[in-house]
Design a protein around this ligand. Structure first.
Ligand SMILES: Cc1cc2nc3c(=O)[nH]c(=O)nc-3n(C[C@H](O)[C@H](O)[C@H](O)COP(=O)(O)O)c2cc1C
Length: 494
């Protein structure tokens, strides 16, 4: 290798997280979290070659030339999953391109001569461990930038530039970053991605979240791995209730519930989003029954370490991954017969409400956002806000904790819709809320517990909204048995 190189060159190296252990004539290659690989009968020449791969300053040709007695190509084939592409310039390491999904060691390289370059909309530069990395949900690679000048050159591409403006010594590494999907390549200041209707419609955080919370493009620790066992205590199965005056809630009898309920399919068909309320408000007993049927704690159990459950679980009416039950309910009451307006926490363990905030302003702020979410249609009797005790899930799940909590919110939405329908109440799920305002109103630390969902509830209006299938709209096109809904709604009206 010469120290007079004028442009960056590709080298063969290991991923940054590979540990290489040698013992006698054996070499053990391991990734931090994954299975290792043992090379046996490794002689001194092969050891020397592996050491050079670890140093990451040699090209494959150089390795082959320097180790004619050791079949370098064969060794590299054996350790292929642990390999990455390195870059060197003037004898220094510049960067490493690691695979995060199933793909080739190196991406196809675009032609940079005459092209324009720009940092991709989805490319994120962040600290990972002690290094600067570039990631993108469009990529199956991660680039580790080891050189500050290179990092500066990449950051400067936030402003589109013709490649001729970029120092040619960076071109090989920039071509690889472009091929890996971190840089846009265009011509004459125009970039084809700008007219890609699919990419235009993805928000950066959504696509990053999607790519990091599903398998395929991420090599980060994934799933139920309990990374903090022995270091951090798990949050309790049932959240300790906050301070505040207690209100005992009504507990329905199962016999009465069974006698009053319609069949499952009839309830499913009669379910509607209702954003209007009756003259008489919902009652405290109805609210108690609703919470009892949707979200009460039926009991707790565990820990059961032998069943991969080294924490206490609970049982509630809606399903929850790992029986973690991290969702909490806060009830903002505007109008409820038998219950003062205010903001309450629902203690699902004791089935009681705790009055935690009596400020009219805090209440009105939450209700105002809920009203906005309905396009101004509803001023809810009751707003049920779902918060997540984030660390309850993050203690167990890596990469997917937040995605899982949103799935739980969805499961609880449907449970609430169905119970509201069965009880003849007006319910509607909401797609957004102000998590910061909710944390303020509920006295929560945003990072520990904040809102992830909202459901508005009240007494049913005298006139139920006409279903979209039944309002005589000229644009209605019948599909599969829309009459089921009409029949179920007719039964509900009777
Ligand atoms: C997750 C979720 C979010 C929703 N967000 C809102 C919302 O923000 N505002 C609103 O008025 N309705 C919202 N809805 C209700 C939908 O608009 C409604 O379910 C849809 O139009 C179908 O009508 P239906 O529920 O009466 O069958 C939401 C429903 C769900 C499940």
């Amino acid at each position: 290798m010469t120290t007079l190189e004028r442009t960056a060159e590709y080298t063969v190296t290991f991923r940054r997280d590979v540990a290489v252990l040698t013992k006698d004539d054996q070499v053990l290659l391991g990734l931090a979290d994954r299975a290792g690989y043992r090379l046996r009968g490794v002689g001194a020449p092969m050891l020397a070659a592996l050491e050079q791969v670890r140093a990451g300053l040699h090209t494959e040709d150089e390795l082959a030339a320097e180790h004619p007695q050791s079949p370098v190509a064969t060794v590299l084939t054996k350790v292929e999953p642990f390999l990455a592409t390195g870059f060197r310039l003037r004898g220094e390491r510049l960067a490493v391109l690691e695979r995060t999904g199933v793909t080739g060691l190196r991406p196809d390289l675009p032609e940079l001569a005459g092209a324009w370059l720009r940092l991709g909309k989805f490319s994120l530069l962040r600290r990972r461990g002690g290094e600067l990395v570039v990631e993108s949900p469009l990529s199956k690679y991660r680039a580790v930038l080891l050189d500050a000048a290179l990092a500066g050159a990449v950051a400067a591409l936030a402003v589109a530039q013709p490649s001729s403006e970029v120092d040619t010594e960076w071109w090989p590494v920039l071509a690889a970053l472009a091929g890996a999907g971190f840089l846009d390549v265009g011509a004459d200041g125009e970039f084809p991605v700008d007219s890609d209707d699919v990419l235009r419609q993805w928000d950066v955080h959504d696509l990053y979240f999607h790519s990091r919370s599903r398998i395929g493009r991420t090599d980060e620790a994934f799933g139920g791995r309990f990374p903090y066992v022995g270091e951090i205590e798990p949050l309790p199965a049932v959240r300790p209730a906050p301070e505040g005056p207690r209100t005992e809630l009504f507990r329905p009898s199962f016999d009465a519930v069974r006698a009053a309920d319609q069949g499952l399919q009839e309830t499913i068909e009669a379910r509607q989003s209702i954003r209007a309320y009756g003259e008489e408000p919902i009652t405290a007993d109805q609210l108690g029954e609703f919470l009892y049927r949707t979200a009460r704690v039926r009991g707790t159990y565990g820990p059961r370490p032998e069943a991969r459950m080294p924490y206490e679980g609970s049982s509630r009416p809606y399903p929850c991954g790992g029986a973690g039950y991290e969702l909490e309910l806060y009830v903002t009451v505007r109008r409820c017969q038998g219950l003062e307006p205010g903001i309450y926490h629902y203690d699902a363990g004791d089935h009681v409400l705790r009055l935690i905030n009596t400020e009219a302003e805090a209440r009105d702020e939450l209700l105002r956002v809920a009203t906005l979410s309905t396009g101004g249609q509803a001023v809810p009797d009751v707003l049920v806000t779902m918060t997540s005790r984030f660390q309850r899930l993050a203690w167990k799940y890596q990469s997917i904790a937040y995605a899982v909590t949103l799935k739980h919110a969805g499961a609880l939405y449907q449970t609430m819709y169905l119970v509201a329908t069965a009880m003849g109440l007006a319910g509607c799920g909401l797609g957004s809320g102000d998590a910061d305002a909710a944390a303020r109103a509920f006295g929560l630390d945003y990072l520990k517990e904040s809102s992830v969902g909202e459901f508005i509830l009240g007494s049913a209006p005298a006139e139920l909204p006409a279903p979209v299938s039944g309002d005589g709209a000229l644009d209605w096109r019948a599909g599969n048995d829309p009459g089921w809904q009409a029949e179920a709604l007719a039964a509900r009206r009777r």
